[in-house]
Design a protein around this ligand. Structure first.
Ligand SMILES: Nc1ncnc2c1ncn2[C@@H]1O[C@H](COP(=O)(O)OP(=O)(O)OP(=O)(O)O)[C@@H](O)[C@H]1O
Length: 250
């Protein structure tokens, strides 16, 4: 089985912080993977390093067995909503169209089939009625769904999602998680930062356990063990304390 992501001895150092130390793992094609670990473990940094959005040790990452610059168009990134400028004067529909623009050259017109992709993405995330709404007038869950819709419209092969369930209600959560299943059914791969240990087995089939260093990575059954979770969270074992309010607990 081919690897979509191959990371070899990745290090990321911010000014004062060793955010990631000596990370090596492979993610096979068609995985539906979660990145799990406590606050400050480097989960967002791992996604950003994969996309070369932060300075890291070079030559340590291959995507689709190639360097990033050859395959960037095959990757969709859903950032944390807190990292998006929601006051930018644009509408839901225009943000979704941006997913398509990622695959266009210069001022090429949008093709009918690309418009259909955008329409399908709006439909899937149940955003049709909100399409003309300015993005600064959306709820937390609606904001998450807009960026997932943009990623769907991009029609990528690899989806990197940073906490897509943060601040969403149960309906949005179900829509988003069903979409990850659909990506997988289409032969695509996803890697998602996820905070709720309780739902990891339900939502994912692979896990990357991280706490600045890699604790373990691989299939859910092999990796998501009590021992590994304990090591990741330095002894926090109770799964009942680790949903979105886990930020304080861990
Ligand atoms: N731009 C930056 N400059 C300096 N330090 C940073 C920067 N971004 C993150 N850090 C630090 O790097 C470490 C890893 O941060 P990161 O956001 O990747 O963790 P995380 O696991 O995603 O955390 P959380 O669960 O809280 O979102 C933290 O100690 C954080 O304070």
């Amino acid at each position: 089985m081919k690897n979509v992501i191959s990371i070899n001895e990745l290090n990321v150092v911010y000014q004062q912080t060793n955010a990631l130390e000596n990370i090596s793992f492979n993610l096979p094609t068609n995985a539906r993977a979660a990145i799990v670990g406590p606050n400050g473990a480097g989960k967002s940094t791992l996604l950003k390093a994969t996309l070369n959005l932060v300075n890291s040790s070079k030559q340590s990452i291959q995507l689709f067995e190639q360097p990033l610059n050859k395959v960037r168009h095959r990757i969709a990134y859903v950032p944390q909503t807190s990292e998006v400028n929601w006051n930018f004067p644009t509408t839901v529909y225009d943000v979704v169209l941006m997913g398509i623009s990622a695959k266009r050259w210069g001022f090429q017109a949008i093709k009918p089939e690309q418009k259909m992709l955008a329409e399908a993405a709006l439909e899937k995330m149940q955003l049709n009625e909100l399409r003309e709404r300015p993005i600064n007038q959306l709820s937390g869950g609606q904001k998450q769904r807009v960026f997932i819709a943009r990623a769907i419209a991009q029609n990528a092969d690899l989806y990197l999602l940073d906490e897509p369930l943060a601040g969403v209600d149960i309906k949005s959560e179900q829509l988003i998680m069903d979409q990850l299943l659909e990506f997988q059914a289409q032969g695509k791969t996803s890697m998602t930062v996820h905070h709720d240990l309780n739902t990891v087995p339900e939502y994912f089939d692979s896990v990357i356990l991280l706490n600045r260093q890699l604790i373990a990575a691989g299939p859910l059954d092999e990796v998501f063990t009590k021992e590994n979770i304990e090591t990741t969270y330095h002894g926090v074992t109770s799964l009942t304390h680790t949903s979105s309010d886990s930020k304080e607990v861990i």
